[in-house]
Design a protein around this ligand. Structure first.
Ligand SMILES: Cc1ncc(COP(=O)(O)O)c(C=O)c1O
Length: 408
């Protein structure tokens, strides 16, 4: 037996519960509200095939070669033009192409997090962020949210004692648009307030925004980055939710000093993102296929969200403590059960009922969220959504009726 001497980072790595639990949801006949997956029925197969052919025919020598760490210049120009079509300003020089936003999170952790460094997150927040930041030893400080997103008062009350004790947070991490997992959207007023607070305490903001464009109605809210006049917002974008996660393609928009360091951090990670995927993506963006895909996804997910909301309304018992969010966009809905119900303990029974969800506690760093769950509506079909919610409601009623101790 080799006596490996693992790094302190390796000792902090943990299997994420969510990935383990999601394995259960792959059982046949199980309807999964678990993953954060787009609907593969609408993937633009023909457009991707044509762009792939074009990438090789017209630019094969670049597509099959290493590319600059910053990203393939043709792609960067197309990302800038796409961003402009979405109503925001971005120049090719301000961005770094990454292998989707998960890599961006890891690179930002490399840049900003030392062991025990305080950072600020929303409660709840994206499980992959917790995983990426925890590996570097982050000391998480969670701030409560309500229907308008993170609460500025709570944020300030979290910042002050840290600053007063000489432990200024390294950054504030936010998912302002149709947040994962809660589906909540940060209001315009609060976007301004958060920026004011960040400025008062001189804190950078990491704005992670994979779902912004998936808004069902009304106009898009300006991103924090677009409202920032001080160069304190670092923005993560990805094609995973608005196009195809299989591309593993995203970008970080950041002020020059941060960008320079990110490029060096990425060099040590993978030298560059795939030039081939970059070239294919550039042609798809050039022909506005991503824009079209956004419209298609938005319409479909709006319909599916409505089906899920109607099924919940119809099937769930009307009792205190049982309620759910009503998303205006994105892929998720957040469900609160009465406090005596434990969604982790219930999951095995749910899988017996052949329905799956993600347990709430995965999205917290402090052990809360026991009676909460995340439901995804983008992946299952409309028919599956109805049947799955019926199954879930049956389980909830059973818990309520007999209040038997849940199986552990
Ligand atoms: C808020 C948030 N950030 C980042 C990611 C990672 O996405 P990807 O690496 O596919 O871009 C996800 C995926 O679910 C997410 O919800």
């Amino acid at each position: 037996m080799v006596n490996y001497q693992f790094s302190s980072m390796a000792t902090r790595l943990r299997r994420t519960e969510i990935r383990e639990l999601l394995k259960l949801t792959r059982l046949p006949d199980t309807i999964s509200f678990g993953g954060g997956l787009p609907d593969p029925a609408i993937f633009p197969y023909a457009a991707v095939e044509a762009a792939a052919e074009r990438a090789i025919k017209e630019n094969g020598r670049l597509a099959l070669q290493y590319s600059p760490t910053e990203g393939e210049p043709f792609l960067k120009e197309q990302i800038a033009a796409f961003t402009e079509r979405q109503g925001e300003k971005l120049s090719a020089e301000e961005l770094l192409v990454v292998s989707s936003s998960q890599q961006g999170l890891d690179l930002l952790a490399k840049l900003f997090i030392d062991e025990s460094a305080p950072i600020i997150i929303e409660r709840p927040t994206y499980v992959g962020t917790i995983q990426a930041f925890r590996a570097f030893g982050a000391d998480f400080h969670g701030v409560d949210m309500d229907d308008d997103g993170i609460i500025p008062d709570h944020l300030e009350r979290t910042i002050i004692p840290l600053v007063d004790s000489g432990r200024k947070p390294r950054f504030i991490y936010l998912i302002p648009d149709f947040q994962n997992p809660s589906g909540r959207n940060l209001s315009l007023e609060r976007r301004h307030e958060i920026l004011r607070l960040a400025s008062r305490y001189d804190l950078p903001i990491i704005e992670d925004s994979p779902y912004r464009e998936l808004r069902f109605s009304g106009s898009l809210l300006p991103s924090l980055r677009s409202l920032d006049t001080e160069g304190r917002v670092i923005q993560l974008k990805t094609l995973s939710k608005i196009f195809c996660p299989g591309f593993r393609l995203g970008w970080i928009a950041a002020p020059p000093l941060v960008l320079e360091k990110l490029v060096m951090a990425k060099q040590g990670t993978d030298l560059c993102s795939s030039a081939y995927v970059s070239m294919v993506t550039a042609y798809l963006l050039l022909d506005h296929h991503v824009d079209r895909q956004i419209t298609i996804s938005r319409d479909l997910y709006e319909r599916k969200a409505a089906v899920m909301l109607a099924a919940l309304e119809r099937c769930m018992p009307k009792v205190d403590g049982l309620n759910w969010s009503k998303p205006d966009g994105g892929m998720f809905l957040w469900l609160h059960l009465p406090e005596y119900m434990d969604t982790k303990a219930m999951l095995l029974e749910a899988v017996d009922e052949r329905v799956a969800y993600v347990i709430g506690s995965c999205f917290y760093t402090d052990g809360s969220g026991r009676s909460e769950m995340r439901l995804n509506y983008s992946y299952p079909t409309e028919e599956q959504i109805v049947i799955g919610i019926e199954r879930l409601a049956r389980l909830v009623r059973k818990r309520m009726a007999d209040k038997v101790p849940v199986r552990r």
